[in-house]
Design a protein around this ligand. Structure first.
Ligand code: SF4
Length: 684
């Protein structure tokens, strides 16, 4: 049949984005010679993008860290693992002695495997005795978890990506999958070319927007008003599923009362979207038999990101397009390769593996029975709170697993200050990143091509990650590093192998109880919930009941609230940040590959009207200044932009893009408002 013939390579899962493409990695000597997309890959079906396929040159970059580094007299110097671990153990003990377990925190990684995330949160909870462990979903999809849980009961996308193939209308919001999730982008385009209608809501005219039946271009920060306006039209024109609303939802009277004030004509003044476009979009979505909602960080990374996820979920509920088989529900396109899994594994300050609350005695008991120690009952610090605690002197040790927080977290000047104020910063890294260069101890880590475990992709599938090569020099997988730090403190974390760690996680979290490496080796991909080794995973989260306490889907009647920043005379433009196709996040890996030839620098996209007003042209250098800091970029004049808005990526830390963004965050989740920053441009 269609199976890829037996290859002398290693089958693994791409470590770049949340699509989770299956790849066959061929090696010769100590190098990768080719990466082939697997034809039987459940999501990619023989496709891959320029990142997964070609961005592996970083593995043998001369910049790779191959020995631990320890700061002495202000300089990072190579030391043995023994010396590094002795130092870490001594300083962690000193931090706990001085400030208690709450003086230590850890930032886990959406790039690390599930098993590494599981082990780090177990280390923090059982060895240090604190819940202060978080991961970078805090900065991207935390509002998805909060919003989807409030609406439907569980923090994952509602349906499998295959269902898009049968959708007759796609509503794509705040996402540019052609660049950020290219294989998904290509499959969506195929679906549109074969007849599905497409509504895109995005301020920029990028990617699939060019193929949309309706392209809504809301002012950044006004999503909630836009979604409410669409809901207003659906209610007014009867484009709703009355039986579903009566039997399986809650909150319709409150929402109906709220929506009276959200006519498309009225909201146009806020969103900038013409009323006729809102009506057209609402009709396409409301009249579709099987509508699908996919969205990205353009929905979540706002001051009211959780409200945005909920207002978007309202549209699926009104239409009865979730939990009924008559639609594809509501599905976030996750950014980093394992951002879903890092949260699934409990690398969160308020949630245990499988999403039991640390405040819930029964959930704690399930973990305590397996771990043999008491779990602290108070939620720990979120990432922004960790930085604030470091600046105020309360946090004495911070362990950062493979995240370049100085490049990717908002208001980076404040982040740098936090690291400089913290007496012990430990950093697991591949390269001397902006963050690693400020650490006290740098531990050389293995990359995704050099370790074993599993990732969870954007539609909740567990897939195996397998080492194609050994890590260089003395670099080690994070799984081994976490064990080694625990051992240096005299603790034994158990679960000696990644396979044992996943099995142990399943004993705590019923939704993962049916998963094992052995099963994944046999079956390829298994979605969660997967409650029993003999039963399949559930690719659709909901059928007869939702997972909310009352079993109903909950509509939200939260009103539109303005964003945290507005342009003014001093800062007249709105900056939106995002990703471009050839690079990945802070670019630590992709900048050290030939992808650099495809896309050699960060650029600022400026509409021709704004460019001429500022007398700027393609290639001009520009200083971008916000209320928080400044960055230096090269101008790219682009018709894709809306006048008054500028766009850039954050793949080149030297540009300093995140010095511009604010650390103001979503009230429910602290997710930063990356998508709305008022700026001004200065030549040079
Ligand atoms: Fe697939 Fe994403 Fe990797 Fe590209 S970056 S190959 S789309 S998983």
């Amino acid at each position: 049949g269609d199976r890829t013939p037996e290859l002398p390579g290693t089958r693994t899962t791409c470590g770049y984005c949340g699509v989770g493409c299956s790849l066959d990695v061929l090696t010769g000597g100590d190098s990768v010679t080719a990466v082939l997309p697997a034809r039987d890959g459940p999501v990619n079906r023989g496709h891959a993008c320029v990142k997964g396929r070609f961005a592996h040159g970083f593995l043998r970059s001369p910049d790779r860290l191959t020995r631990p580094l320890l700061r002495r007299d202000g300089r990072l110097e190579p030391v043995s693992w023994e010396e590094a671990l002795d130092h870490v153990a001594r300083e962690l003990r000193a931090a706990v002695a001085a400030g208690g377990p709450g003086a230590v925190a850890a930032i886990s990684s959406a790039r690390a495997t599930n098993e590494e995330n599981y082990l780090l949160q177990k280390f923090m909870r059982t060895v240090i005795g604190t819940n202060s462990v978080d991961n970078c979903s805090r900065l991207c999809h935390a509002p998805s978890a909060a919003g989807l849980t409030a609406a439907f009961g569980l923090p994952g996308g509602t349906d499998p990506f295959e269902d898009v193939e049968s959708a007759d209308c796609l509503l794509l919001v705040g996402a540019n999958p052609v660049e950020a999730h290219p294989v998904v982008g290509a499959r969506l385009l195929q679906r549109v070319l074969r007849g599905a209608r497409l509504v895109v809501a995005d301020p920029r005219a990028v990617g699939l927007a060019r193929h949309a039946d309706v392209h809504l271009r809301p002012r950044p920060g006004t999503n909630v008003a836009l979604f409410h306006a669409m809901a207003h039209v659906m209610l007014a024109e009867g484009l709703i599923d009355e039986e579903f609303l009566r039997e399986r939802s809650a909150g319709l009277p409150e929402l109906t009362a709220l929506l009276a004030g959200y006519s498309p004509e009225r909201t146009a003044a806020v969103t900038g979207v013409p009323a006729a476009d809102v009506v057209a979009a609402a009709r396409l979505f409301g009249l579709a038999e099987r509508p699908a909602i996919l969205y990205g960080l353009g929905v979540t990374e706002h001051l009211h990101g959780t409200d945005g996820v909920r207002a978007l979920s309202n549209l699926a509920i009104l239409r009865g397009a979730v939990g009924t088989g008559r639609g594809f529900g509501v599905n976030p396109l996750r950014g980093q390769n394992n951002v879903q899994g890092a949260s699934d594994m409990g690398a969160l300050p308020d949630l245990l593996p499988g999403y039991g609350k640390v405040t819930d005695a029964d959930a704690r008991l399930r973990a305590e029975r397996v771990w043999g120690v008491l779990v602290p009952p108070r939620p720990g610090l979120r990432i922004p709170e960790m930085f604030a605690a470091a600046r105020s002197g309360e946090l004495r040790a911070l362990w950062i697993l493979g995240e370049d927080v100085c490049a990717t977290d908002p208001d980076s000047n404040q982040v740098v200050q936090a690291l400089e104020s913290c007496p012990l910063v430990i950093c697991d890294e591949l390269f001397l990143s902006e963050t690693a260069r400020r650490a006290d101890v740098v531990l050389p880590a293995a990359s995704w091509l050099e370790k074993d475990g599993t990732f969870v992709n954007f539609d909740r599938r567990f897939q195996r990650v397998r080492a194609a090569l050994a890590p260089p020099g003395a670099a080690r997988p994070d799984f081994e590093i976490i064990h080694a730090v625990a051992a240096a403190l005299g603790a034994d974390l158990g679960c000696a192998t990644p396979a044992e760690a996943l099995t142990e996680c399943g004993r705590i979290a019923p939704v993962f109880a049916g998963l094992s490496h052995e099963r994944l080796d046999r079956e390829g991909a298994v979605p969660w919930p997967c409650r029993h080794p003999d039963r399949p995973g559930e690719s659709s989260l909901y059928r007869e009941r939702f997972a909310t306490p009352d079993g109903l889907a909950h509509l939200s009647a939260a009103p539109y609230l303005p964003p945290g920043e507005e342009p003014d005379d001093r800062y007249p433009l709105v900056l939106v940040t995002g990703r471009r196709w050839a690079h990945y996040n802070s670019g630590g890996m992709t900048r050290r590959t030939d992808n650099l030839l495809l896309d050699p620098t960060d650029r600022l996209d400026v509409h021709p009207v704004d460019a001429s007003r500022h007398r700027l042209g393609d290639g001009d250098r520009v200083t971008v200044r916000s209320r928080h800091g400044e960055a230096h970029l090269t101008v790219q004049v682009s018709d894709d932009m809306t006048p008054g808005q500028v766009f850039c990526a954050f793949h080149f830390p030297a540009s300093g893009v995140n010095a511009l963004t604010s650390d103001r965050g979503d009230a429910a989740t602290s997710c930063p408002e990356y998508k709305v920053t008022a700026v001004r441009l200065l030549a040079g």
